[in-house]
Design a protein around this ligand. Structure first.
Ligand SMILES: [Zn+2]
Length: 113
């Protein structure tokens, strides 16, 4: 599609040049040539400006504010260190599901001020 547009632009530009070169002083031909050249420029411009398809990816990040290192998070039931796989985000809440004791609860980060 893009190459077709460039081909079209090239054709329009060439036609425009032909009209201008072969105008022999005729204002009408000069005008047509100018319009064709302008059209070629517009086509190239449109193709270039066309926004590239951006892949929209929504990544649900586990955002732990403060300087809480993941290694320091421990299960509140059995005090076993929790790995990344054991922490999930459900509806905006950080859920902990301990694989050591099977406890599932919402993780509440203690504010550090
Ligand atoms: Zn546990």
């Amino acid at each position: 599609m893009k190459y077709a547009a460039y081909g079209l632009a090239g054709l329009l530009g060439l036609l425009g040049l032909v009209f201008i070169v072969g105008s022999q002083g005729q204002v009408g031909r000069l005008l047509i040539g100018g319009v064709l050249l302008l059209a070629a420029v517009v086509v190239v411009y449109l193709v270039r400006v066309q926004p590239q398809q951006t892949q929209v990816t929504t990544v649900q990040k586990i955002d732990l504010s403060g300087d809480v290192a993941l290694e320091e998070i421990r299960c509140r039931s059995c005090n076993a260190p929790l790995s990344k796989d054991e922490i999930t985000v459900e509806a905006g809440a950080i859920m902990v599901s301990c694989s050591h004791c099977g406890a599932t609860y919402q993780f509440e980060e203690a504010p550090k001020f």
